[in-house]
Every structure is written in structure tokens, then in C-alpha cells.
Design a protein around this ligand. Structure first.
Ligand code: BMA
Length: 311
């Protein structure tokens, strides 16, 4: 029996390579936001070179998406971003802050993986702003509100010494970031013991900021990517109020278990709805996009009632 707190949409997967009007091999790890009367999805696709680009799809209801005829963001060929996007652009996240959609994505190159930040107001013109990390950072999500006048982000540096943990940093202008602190670690012999990383940009709830993150567990058959939840203090997001002990989603459907990378559910976006539900989007096996629904209050309860330590 499936007891997931996230109820999968019955017509998953909702977007795959056959529906994209230009040649791609995968459709996964997508950000989704509401803009006007539409849901906008920015999705990652592998090309046949093995490198990735970012496409855009639109939907009237958050379930049925149609891709635009052209990709949305491909590696820059000149200018300051070009040297860092040579191997591709991956895993976008989008947050609406003060009327602007802020996009973060992984920029891959021979110099490592960095996070680039871009802005758009209309999902037609996009302006690259800054490369906001040095090498070996991934999974940057921006909070939708500022704290004491500063933007805040969660991210996940790579480190061979410390476990791969979630950090917070702040910025006055989206370019310069600091006051970094480690706020959440993987827990040993737990479903997230190998590494954790921010997933969807945090969602405001009366009890705190709800963060949906991914956790990885190493098995004899490779790594398994699952999703979990954490709750951050409303006025001080560096403070974690609770972390759910159990995962909220794990690979179960055939397209989650088998694909480009087996046993992966990976989120870059979730859309809270006025009725108290959230639409959660995830890339399945790095191959197709899926959606499910959950009650925000149930995810919050999981953090508060069945917690594991944050650190
Ligand atoms: C991570 C990233 C994600 C990917 C996941 C599973 O390290 O590369 O983009 O979805 O692995 O392959």
C-alpha cells in the first residue's frame, strides 16, 4: 500500500522529451511558478551531447504543460558567464521577490559547478545578473521575502571533510553574499545520510518557512534520491524549528525507478495554492517531470511532530 503524504497525479509523467518541439533527451528538475493566469515551468533537458539547457513550458492548471518552441536559457557564448556555462546550465529554481522573478541555476564548466542568478519580469526577456558562488556549490533557493532588508538563500556546498549540508547566506543586492552558516546536516543511517540539498524555494506558512529538500542514501545498487521537509523560523530562517523524520516522497513509479539515472525524485519547485494544498513538482529518474499534491498543514505537522535533529 502506498502511504505517501504526497498524492501523485494520476496522469504522471506530465512532461517528457516527446512533447518538446526541439531535440532533447530528458525533461526534468523543473522550477514552477504562477505568473498571470499561467503556471510557468522552467525545465532542464539533456541534449545528445550530454550537456543541459533550460526550456520553458506553460500550463493553465499546473498539470497540462505545453513547451515553447525555443529553449529559454542556453549556455552563454560570450561575456562573463560564458567561461562558466561551457558544459551546460542545470536545475533552475525561481522565486518571486518584490515583483521580479529571480532564477538561480547551476552553471557547469571545466572550472567546476557554480550558481548563476538571472532575473525576469515576463519570462520572455531574461537578464543574467551575477555568478553568486565560487566552484562546487549547487541547489541555491532564494526566499520570497527579505529579512532585515537582506535577501536570503539556502545552498549546499560540496565538501570532502564535512557531510554535504544545507547552509544559509544573505545579500543586500543579490550579487554579494555573506553571513554564511551551516544550518542542517544529514543524519547518520537515516534516509538522508549521504547528502542533503535545498529543493523548492521555501513556502511561507503560519508556523514557519517550509523547505522541501532532497536527501540521498547510498545502497549497494547506487544512490536513492528522496524528498523531505524542514521548517524554518519565520523571522530568523537560520533557525530550524523542525525536520520531518520520514521522507515525503521516494521513487516508486516505474519512471521514477528507471531512467537516465535510476531511483531519483528531485524537486526544484512547488506551488502553494489558496486552498491549503501545494503542488509539488519533481524530476523522475532525471528523465521526465511529475507532479503531486499535499496539504501544507500535513507537511508542517511532519516537521513539528515527528522530528529528527537539524544538526
Ligand atoms: C544530483 C544533480 C541533479 C540530479 C541528481 C540525480 O547530483 O546532478 O541534477 O537530478 O544528482 O542524478
Amino acid at each position: 500500500m502506498k502511504t505517501d503524504i504526497v498524492r501523485r497525479y494520476s496522469h504522471n509523467p506530465i512532461l517528457s522529451k516527446t512533447e518538446i518541439p526541439y531535440p532533447v533527451e530528458t525533461v526534468h528538475n523543473a522550477a514552477v511558478v504562477k505568473y498571470g493566469n499561467e503556471y510557468i515551468m522552467l525545465f532542464r533537458s539533456h541534449l545528445r551531447t550530454g550537456r543541459s539547457i533550460i526550456g520553458l513550458a506553460r500550463s493553465p492548471d499546473g498539470f497540462r504543460f505545453t513547451a515553447d518552441p525555443q529553449p529559454f536559457l542556453t549556455p552563454d557564448r560570450e561575456g562573463p558567464f560564458a567561461a562558466y556555462e561551457e558544459f551546460g546550465v542545470e536545475d533552475p529554481r525561481v522565486t518571486l521577490v518584490e515583483g521580479e522573478f529571480i532564477i538561480t541555476y547551476s552553471a557547469y564548466s571545466r572550472n567546476g559547478v557554480r550558481i548563476a542568478l538571472a532575473k525576469t519580469r515576463d519570462f520572455r526577456r531574461v537578464e543574467r545578473v551575477s555568478l553568486i558562488t565560487e566552484a562546487d556549490y549547487r541547489n541555491v533557493v532564494i526566499f520570497p521575502e527579505k529579512f532585515d532588508g537582506l535577501y536570503a538563500r539556502l545552498d549546499r556546498p560540496h565538501s570532502e571533510i564535512a557531510p554535504w549540508s544545507i547552509w544559509i547566506s544573505y545579500s543586500p543586492d543579490l550579487c554579494f553574499w555573506g553571513q554564511s552558516q551551516l544550518i542542517m546536516r544529514p543524519v547518520q543511517y537515516h534516509w538522508d545520510e549521504m547528502k542533503i540539498g535545498p529543493g523548492a524555494p521555501p513556502i511561507k506558512t503560519p508556523q514557519g518557512w517550509l523547505s522541501i529538500y532532497h536527501g540521498v542514501f547510498k545502497t549497494m545498487d547506487g544512490s536513492v534520491y528522496r524528498l523531505g521537509v524542514a521548517l524554518h523560523d519565520l523571522s530568523d530562517p537560520a533557525k530550524i524549528i523542525g525536520v520531518g523524520d520520514s521522507w515525503i516522497l521516494q521513487p516508486e513509479d516505474p519512471w521514477e525507478i528507471t531512467g537516465y539515472v535510476h531511483n531519483v525524485v528531485f524537486t526544484c519547485g512547488a506551488v502553494p495554492e489558496p486552498d491549503g494544498t501545494v503542488k509539488l513538482y519533481w524530476g523522475a529518474a532525471d528523465t521526465v517531470m511529475c507532479v503531486g499534491e499535499a496539504y501544507v498543514s500535513e507537511l508542517v505537522s511532519l516537521c513539528l511532530d515527528y522530528g529528527r535533529p537539524a544538526k
